[in-house]
Write a protein of this length. Structure first.
Length: 162
């Protein structure tokens, strides 16, 4: 019973909103980062003393950064799982998840608004090279092409980078 109460208190005390955490944020925090390793733990709170709530086993999965406490980042994934990860587990490498509610596949093009060269399934993780206007240049394994931004989770719609 004591363990259950302790866990509830830990979850409550570190389930802070992004607004509360922003007081401790660095101004240089990115909106999204990606998992650097093929095994990374998400924890209830910002320390290895807190229990693991989720273990990721997929390198390059994008995570939204909600806040920071010392060397720990509060993050959320594309399925809205929230928790804390040590900054050493994350990378600035850009990636995105195909998140299309209507249908299981999105089209990939050789150039924006040009010839369709294939389809990619919902839930796949893409490496993002650059984004301009409504499009992102993405790669998955040996395939490379342009996809529409509105099909991706991990990219802000008005974001542009090269």
């Amino acid at each position: 019973m004591k363990i259950i109460i302790l866990l509830i208190l830990m979850i409550y005390s570190f389930n802070l909103s992004a607004e509360d955490i922003s007081k401790k944020n660095d101004n240089n925090l990115k909106n999204f980062m990606s998992i650097k390793t093929s095994k990374a733990n998400m924890r209830v709170g910002p320390s290895e003393d807190y229990p693991i709530i989720l273990q990721y086993r997929y390198k390059n999965l994008p995570l939204k950064i909600l806040g920071k406490y010392e060397n720990w980042l509060q993050v959320s994934d594309w399925k809205n799982n929230r928790g804390w990860m040590h900054i050493s587990l994350l990378s600035n490498k850009r990636s995105a998840v195909i998140n299309k509610s209507e249908g299981d596949f999105i089209d990939i093009f050789n150039k924006p608004n040009s010839k369709k060269i294939g389809k990619i399934g919902n839930g796949n993780v893409l490496n993002i090279k650059k984004c301009i206007d409504l499009w992102c240049l993405a790669s998955i394994k040996d395939y490379k092409g342009w996809v529409k931004k509105d099909n991706l989770w991990g990219i802000i719609q008005n974001e542009q980078f090269d």
